[in-house]
Design a binder for this molecule. Structure first.
Ligand code: A2P
Length: 317
């Protein structure tokens, strides 16, 4: 397994298990099985609504001797409704309680978007709070305090574009160490990747397989099929692997962490095996040319009519 190295030399396994859309009733077994297969990085979030079940899986895996806490990398995320500085630590503590852990390895600000307390998903303009009311810098300061209190070993962000990162970097006492964003061959994010690299910010790719199991309301009718693209299929055939493994390997070969979601035993195994796939330079470049700036997660929920957020607040292009 390759690792991404943080500033203090802590190492995050480059391949992790994604848990967004992993249903309760299924995620316990998926996490147990993943740990048995060798996964040592699990990506969670309060907003996924499944942290308690994941926590039970961790706790049973520790008790059963499958893995030790210090061998596992656990990420969670601060939900948009908890951006008010006084709400940050309680939100992190709630995730810790659900996950049955006493510290996280990484805590991310889930989105550069603030919602009113208790709003899980916005339905009307009043559900939002603007960043003038709850500035990212204030939320970040509260995350820095969580780091200092040793509730998490690292802090970072998710869904931040270059502009938002620049603003944060200017005021941050502790620089964000990682940015988790949608990243796959249809959305290469060339500029953002180059920017993060220039600032020493690591990257994690979410929705690496195109997230086809997300809710229908989040889908476009004419969505391109990542797993079925002829180039992905050809590279898969040439390497005697599956299209899913090519997509995972593409990220790993570029030094970008990747968190494919699965609750299926065979696909968990298949995805884990992709951690050793080596693609050649030609293949990596060929896949890179599939970029069409296509977002499976377009953030339209945050930019609904009457919201203080616009697409330009979220995305570089
Ligand atoms: P399942 O959980 O039944 O395995 P993403 O990680 O981009 O969000 O994509 C997750 C979706 O991709 C889920 O529907 C998941 O289904 C499916 N999936 C996971 N691994 C693979 C794979 N190796 N090949 C094809 N589909 C996969």
């Amino acid at each position: 397994m390759k690792y991404l190295e943080f500033r203090n030399k802590d190492k995050m396994p480059i391949l992790g298990l994604g848990t967004w859309k992993s249903n309760t009733g299924q995620v316990y077994e998926a996490v147990r099985e993943a740990i048995r297969l060798g996964y040592r990085h699990v990506d969670c979030a309060a907003a996924y609504g499944n942290e308690a079940e994941i926590g039970q899986a961790f706790s049973d895996a520790f008790a059963g001797g499958d893995v030790k806490r210090e061998e596992l990398w656990v990420t969670s995320k601060l939900w948009n409704a908890d951006h008010e500085p006084r709400d940050v630590r309680p939100a992190l503590e709630k995730s810790l309680e659900a996950l049955k852990l006493d510290y996280l390895d990484l805590y991310l600000m889930h989105w550069p978007v603030a919602l009113r307390p208790e709003v899980s998903l916005p339905e009307k303009p009043e559900d939002f709070r603007s960043l003038d009311e709850v500035p990212i810098s204030a939320t970040w300061k509260a995350m820095e305090a969580c780091l200092e209190a040793k509730l998490t070993r690292h802090i970072g962000v998710s869904n931040f574009n270059i502009g938002k990162l620049e603003e944060l970097i200017k005021t941050a006492g502790i620089q964000p160490e990682i940015n988790q964003v949608e990243l796959h061959p249809f959305l290469r994010q060339k500029k953002l990747v180059a920017y993060c690299r220039s600032k020493g910010i690591l990257l994690t790719a979410y929705s690496p397989l195109g997230s086809s199991d997300r809710p229908e309301r989040m889908k476009a009718t004419d969505e391109p099929a990542l797993l079925e693209h002829p180039v992905i299929r050809e590279v898969a055939e040439a390497n005697e692997v599956t299209p899913g493994q090519v997509l995972i390997g593409w990220s790993i070969n570029r030094g970008i962490a990747v968190i494919p979601k699965s609750t299926n035993k065979d696909r968990l195994k298949e995805n884990f095996a992709a951690s050793t796939l080596t693609l050649n330079k030609d293949e990596i470049e060929r896949i890179g040319r599939l970029d069409q700036k296509y977002r499976f997660i377009n953030g339209s929920l945050w930019t609904m009519e009457g919201s203080p957020y616009e697409p330009a607040d979220l995305w570089d292009d």
